[in-house]
Design a protein around this ligand. Structure first.
Ligand code: SAM
Length: 259
């Protein structure tokens, strides 16, 4: 098994772990499944047995050729998932997205997927444990930051279980974990999502600063208080809903609607 480092190739070879992942996904015959990075097919073969509606996207041409030989019935796309045109993607129903992801692309990929959530019913990913902890982090924990807030804005997040490095070939240097993300059914929305995202980035730009100082370019202490935020606290103490309230308060003020 030749592994290409630049494509983040760490292939799963522990059949217990593979079964545990498939059990967590629990694929059904009626599911539409979209797998990112099938590699040698560790998950693909079981997903293929479970459903007839399986699409896989693989960047590595050699691996893709192998998948095409082994599973000619699967819809194979040879592409960089970061360049994949999700706006043209038309699954027959909201799809279940799955992937043992190359760690170097996981964050940009998640942000791309967050723009197309109406076509997704849930996502199961293997990621670096550290990233899963950040996705699922609650306020006041050291893992809580921009990634937690932006992900929890869009999805319910569940850390499922950890996977040791020995489950992979070659073994990565870090521990991994499986995470489930479900698009929120009735998310509380920011009226200006770009502004919301800018505020969250500014707040965590310097974690040691108080929220009053980091958000000075956007709002006053009085406005922070109005949004229910103590201006003297650090950003990791501010909840998702408080960030949304802060962004909405500024949008209202700038459109002249405040009283
Ligand atoms: N699913 C297999 C497994 O569990 O053994 C392989 C997982 S390996 C960590 C990541 C896979 O994603 C590799 O097959 C790699 O070639 C592929 N990959 C890496 N970067 C990619 C990209 N930008 N777009 C699509 N596939 C990519």
């Amino acid at each position: 098994m030749k592994a290409r480092k630049r494509f983040g190739q760490n292939f799963l070879h522990d059949s217990n772990v593979i079964h545990k992942i498939i059990e967590a996904i629990s694929p059904k015959p009626t599911d539409t499944i979209f797998e990112i990075g099938p590699g040698h097919g560790a998950l693909t073969s079981m997903l293929d047995q479970a459903t007839a509606d399986l699409t896989v996207v693989e960047i590595d041409r050699d691996l893709a050729a192998n998948i095409s030989n082994l599973y000619p019935q699967i819809n194979l796309v040879i592409s960089d998932i970061l360049k994949y045109d999700f706006s043209a993607w038309q699954p027959t129903q909201p799809a279940r997205v799955v992937g043992n992801l190359p760690y170097n692309i996981s964050t940009p990929l998640l942000f791309r997927l967050f723009t197309t959530l109406e076509k997704i019913s849930d996502m199961h990913f293997m990621l670096q444990l550290e990233v899963v902890n950040r996705l699922a982090a609650a306020p006041a924990s050291s893992d809580y930051g921009r990634l937690s807030i932006m992900s929890q804005y869009h999805c319910e997040i569940e850390k499922l279980f950890e996977v040791p490095a020995t489950a992979f070939m070659p073994a990565p240097k870090v521990t991994s974990a499986i995470v489930r993300l479900r698009p929120k059914q009735n998310p509380i929305k920011a009226t200006d999502e770009k502004l919301f995202s800018e505020i969250v980035s500014a707040a965590f730009g310097q974690r040691r600063k108080t929220i009053r100082n980091s958000l000075k370019p956007f709002m006053s202490s009085e406005q922070l208080e109005k949004a229910g935020i103590d201006p003297g606290i650090r950003p990791e103490k501010v909840s998702l809903n408080q960030f949304i309230d802060a962004a909405n308060l500024i949008s209202k003020t700038s459109s002249g609607l405040t009283t």
